[in-house]
Design a protein around this ligand. Structure first.
Ligand code: BTN
Length: 263
């Protein structure tokens, strides 16, 4: 039985990580409201590019489109402080790039993981992970927050989520080593972030497409301005979804909720 504390395990993991940027410094909390909020606070106080904020649980986890992210113990909740030197409006594709890293890590754990546009990760068509990128116009920092249902007991999620979500535990039938999973994840995120800094989304777009289950499917995309139903045909070089409706008109969507429809 391993009697190291969580802090010792994190220190050991950082020492053997070998990443270029992500995870050189990790703040580890038992409980926070939101790791994204904590990360922004630390970033504005000067924390460096690549610093990770990790929590065992969140009391006010935030999701995309003003939703909440149910964050009971067992899940992996982390936010990364990034200073890519690119204005936030040029970073629409960054969360998609990070999705490539998350999906690849999940596959390493033995999961049949697929991306749903823009950056949800699904296993058996149910959500296992989501990504929320946040920025402040007054600053050069972006926060990429990632939630993964790792060793999550599905009954601990909000009742309305239980039918639509899975965890690595529920799918693999055994718990994952939290620190090994974290190391795999940070290694993959570092790989994609370095690639992104070098050549933007150019190289990662092909990887995203090969991991995505959204393309060539019938989908409904709900946006603030309304909804479009059609066939998801491609993503462009900024990560926008190209959707052909029943009349043959192509729509480009950058923000919205994508629902995979029955084929
Ligand atoms: C989504 O809606 O799919 C995005 C969910 C992002 C959740 C993560 S958990 C860690 C980080 N802290 C937050 O408050 N949200 C993100």
């Amino acid at each position: 039985m391993d009697d190291k504390t969580g802090d010792d395990q994190i220190k050991g993991m950082i020492d053997s990580l070998g990443t270029a940027r992500i995870g050189k410094v990790i703040y580890f909390y038992e409980e926070v409201k939101s790791t994204n909020a904590k990360a922004m606070e630390l970033a504005l106080a000067g924390e460096e590019d690549g610093t990770v904020i990790l929590a065992e649980r969140q009391t006010g986890g935030r999701g995309r489109l003003d939703r909440t992210w149910s964050s009971p113990e067992g899940g992996l909740y982390l936010s990364i402080i990034l200073r890519p030197g690119i204005p936030p409006e040029g970073l629409v594709s960054l969360p998609l790039a990070m999705g490539v890293g998350v999906c690849t890590a999940l596959r390493k754990w033995g999961l049949d993981a697929w991306l749903k546009w823009p950056n949800d990760v699904l296993v058996n068509e149910k959500k296992i992970s989501g990504i929320l990128m946040e920025s402040k116009s007054s600053s050069d920092v972006v926060i990429v927050g990632i939630g993964i249902n790792l060793n999550t007991e599905l009954d601990d999620l909000e009742p309305e989520l239980r039918e639509r979500c899975v965890s690595a535990w529920s799918e693999l039938g055994k718990k994952c080593d939290y620190y090994k999973a974290l190391a795999d994840l940070l290694t993959e995120l570092d790989r994609v972030y370095e690639d992104y800094l070098e050549q933007g989304f150019k190289g990662l777009r092909g990887q995203w497409l090969s991991l995505a289950s959204t393309i060539h499917r019938r989908v409904r995309v709900e946006m603030a301005s309304g909804e479009v139903t059609g066939t998801a045909e491609d993503i462009d070089k900024e990560g926008g979804l190209l959707l052909r409706d029943g009349r043959g008109k192509t729509h480009r969507v950058t923000i919205g909720d994508c629902i995979h429809l029955a084929q």
